[in-house]
Write a protein that binds this ligand. Structure first.
Ligand code: AMP
Length: 114
């Protein structure tokens, strides 16, 4: 089912886009939890991590992490460090059911996460 992220992909609603290829889009989170907080999404609709199949999606996942590394470099957080997170389902607090990789950086992160 399409989510608000499909509207961002289709440029029907605005977003602060920082990276775009044929397969992947990345934009700043509207409610940032760190100085750098960017969401990296596939352009195809995959609701969540449990819908991923290695046989189908490994290349796409590789492209999402390529995006994370390019963006981290551009944002100046590649050397200081950053966190990448996929929230999956209710207990993890997933709100938008279109797969997205959070890229968070620019401050010291705590572990374990809340
Ligand atoms: P999650 O809780 O992992 O599903 O994360 C969803 C994220 O999407 C949250 O961090 C929201 O702040 C973010 N978000 C929701 N709507 C938008 C939007 N229109 N533009 C940018 N980020 C959004």
């Amino acid at each position: 089912m399409p989510t608000i992220f499909t509207k961002i992909i289709n440029k029907e609603i605005p977003a602060d886009i920082v990276y775009e290829t044929e397969d992947v889009l990345a934009f700043r989170d509207i409610n940032p939890q760190a100085p750098v907080h960017i969401l990296i999404i596939p352009k195809i609709e995959i609701p969540k991590v449990t819908d991923l199949k290695g046989s189908e999606h490994s290349e796409l996942l590789g492209k999402m992490f390529d995006a994370a590394n390019v963006i981290a470099e551009a944002e100046g957080i590649a050397e200081t460090g950053f966190r990448t997170v996929f929230n999956c389902g209710n207990n993890a607090g997933q709100e938008v059911y279109h797969l997205h990789l959070h890229l968070l950086g620019g401050r010291k992160m705590n572990w374990p996460p809340g």
